[in-house]
Design a binder for this molecule. Structure first.
Ligand code: PEP
Length: 257
């Protein structure tokens, strides 16, 4: 059975308690769009307050450490996030891979630790502009996913419930550029084949594949009409309830059409 479209806001390093009113507005609006699963990943400091108040939206984190505890000053564990009310964690975002040197093996270790703590995982992948211009985007993304995704097995459980993929071309993040529908469809189709190969037909065909990279209310309908797009990971446009829920509304309307 196809899952609901999943619209996830990545607030990045934006948001003090003053942003709680925006989270409340997103939560209220999400109650009117039950055909869509809406979630936000605020900074760590806002996870617990949003979790306590939210009635409809899911709350998650933007990263976690690959070990479950230890002498890691300044880091945060998956268990701490779950304790604060997080239900999922975004892992392998290109800003972590680039600014913090996160390799695929670390992303995989983080994913396995997060799953072990009961969190769902949104695993990001995406190519640079140079890789796309060289005609190697699909090859690169498949290799990145193969070595970042958690292994199938008892610990993972049902991959379609626990895992979401976010395809985010690096050159489209925060730039106002978006991939063409044809490029998104081609990439998501290849990712789907890989997921079926790794997790089997039943689970691999149900894992949602989100698109991310300058999604806005204005371009959302076109993106959601693209084959194999199961939702969006949204950065800048998730910071206000108006623009974020404009995207969720586009997803709900695609479901209706
Ligand atoms: C992101 O960083 O995950 C993202 C998609 O950002 P933006 O929507 O701002 O491009």
């Amino acid at each position: 059975m196809a899952q609901r479209p999943y619209i996830v806001g990545n607030w990045k390093m934006h948001g003090t308690r003053a942003m709680l009113s925006e989270a409340r507005a997103i939560d209220r609006a999400a109650q009117r769009h039950m055909k869509v699963e809406v979630a936000i990943a605020p900074p760590y400091t806002l996870i617990h307050p949003i979790h306590r108040e939210a009635e409809q939206i899911g709350v998650g984190a933007q990263d976690c450490h690959h070990e479950s505890e230890g002498a890691h000053t300044g880091d945060i564990s998956a268990a701490m996030l779950a304790d604060a009310g997080a239900k999922f964690v975004i892992l392998g975002h290109s800003e972590r891979r680039q600014a913090h040197g996160e390799k695929d093996s670390v992303v995989r270790a983080k994913a396995e630790t997060a799953l072990g703590s009961g969190l769902r995982v949104i695993l990001c992948c995406g190519e640079s502009e140079k890789t796309r211009d060289a005609g190697k985007a699909i090859e690169f993304v498949k290799k990145q996913l193969k070595s970042s995704l958690p292994k199938a097995g008892e610990e993972l459980g049902d991959a379609s419930e626990k895992l979401t993929i976010a395809y985010e071309p690096i050159w489209a993040i925060g730039t106002g550029k978006t991939a063409t529908g044809a490029d998104i469809a081609a990439m998501h189709g290849e990712i789907r084949e890989l997921l079926v190969e790794l997790y089997g037909e039943d689970q691999g065909s149900e894992i949602r594949i989100l698109y991310g990279g300058s999604v806005k209310p204005e371009n959302a309908a076109e993106i959601f009409a693209t084959p194999e797009v199961g939702g969006a990971l949204v950065g800048g446009a998730s910071l206000t309830a108006d623009s974020f829920m404009g995207i969720a509304l586009a997803a709900a309307e695609t479901e209706d059409s």
